[in-house]
Design a protein around this ligand. Sequence first.
Ligand code: MEV
Length: 443
Amino acid sequence: MKSRIVNGFSKLNKEEKLNKLVNLFDDSQEAKEEFKSFWHSDEKKQQLFDEFSENTLSNFYLPYSVAPNFVINHKIYHIPMVIEESSVIAAASKAAKFWSDKGGFRASVISTTKVGQVHFSWQGDIRKLQVEMPQLKEIFLKRTDSITKNMRERGGGISDIELIDKSLEMDNYYQILVKFETVDSMGANFINSCLEEIAAQLKFYISDKQEWIETERKCTIIMSILSNYTPECIVETHVETKIKNFANIDTSLSANEFAYKFEKAVDITKFDVYRATTHNKGVFNGIDAVILATGNDFRAVEACGHAYAAKNGGYKGLTDVTIKGDKFSYRLKIPLSIGTVGGLTTLHPLAKRSLEMLGNPNAEELMLIAASAGLANNFSAVKSLITMGIQVGHMKMHLWNILNQFGANDQEKQMAVEHYKDHKVSHNSVRQFLSSLRIRSAT
Ligand code: MEV
């Protein structure tokens, strides 16, 4: 059926919204029931979810899994991960196990600075504004005093304010660049509130400068917003082992061959954007799953990570291999602006449980955990790619999805799992396997 403009949609209740949309489906009534079947039976819980967003119709389930036995800085974590891709948890768990008796992941937070910008246009000699900056900074700090009070009490707040001349890039365009420490919160609302106040103060200060000519007393605020690019909010994690410890990692490669082939695979990501993007996607398989499980903003983390991967002009892989003598080390350095208080982290009941499962880490500890999950996933992916290839493991994990697509019952699933222990999984072969089972049981 053709879509039509619906007026006043947001004012309808959930049932009415569904009624407005069910005509889009061939099986209207079944579709409506399907959406409703994912409503939570506890009305209070459902209301919480409805209120996270606008125009909520239902809940969209994703598997909530755990990758156990991560050793990070000598502490054991069982890491909650929310992701739909079947092989990610297996990959993370395998890498966690492999590295657990080799010293585990060693991670550290390098910096935690967040950034925001007031973008504005102004016509005049920039030196005039530069002269005013010390006074302006004082005003900005004073006028944001009530917004920053709690954050300052927790050890954060505004750490720097700078006037940036961008007039070479765009006529009359300048920025007030503000740096923040947001302690355990991601800090988006806090930063944006400060920036909007700073923008209002800037506009007022300039318009009140009686000794300036009329054009100089006009400043247009273009926008005030945090930047998701946080190259000074960095975490680093690495694993290290003697090359000889790769001896049994694969039947076709010796320990030395494995280490040097791995290094080559990573080196390729330093000049080939096609490979670098996929390589980094493997890193984000782990990171995003932790970010989602803990109620953080995966779009912010992804946007920042990819911008950081291109920080020197070309897009590169985010990990680095070092082989020195008989030692192999593998490292991920990445910006991660995340929090453990505020936003959904404490509102979403399962995000709250995830944090509890991790021992209620502060934001810095969560950065170590998420980065290590990212390195673990990427390590497993590259390991598979340079040995048996990705499809064997991938399709084994995907087997359940294929069986479900073909409507396999429990007994058929059990037999399929047994059969595919030593057979190659493919869509076609599962189809054939099931149809021969079904023919046999029908006769
Ligand atoms: C699949 O989700 C991720 C990989 O493609 C990553 C990689 O190629 O490194 C396996």
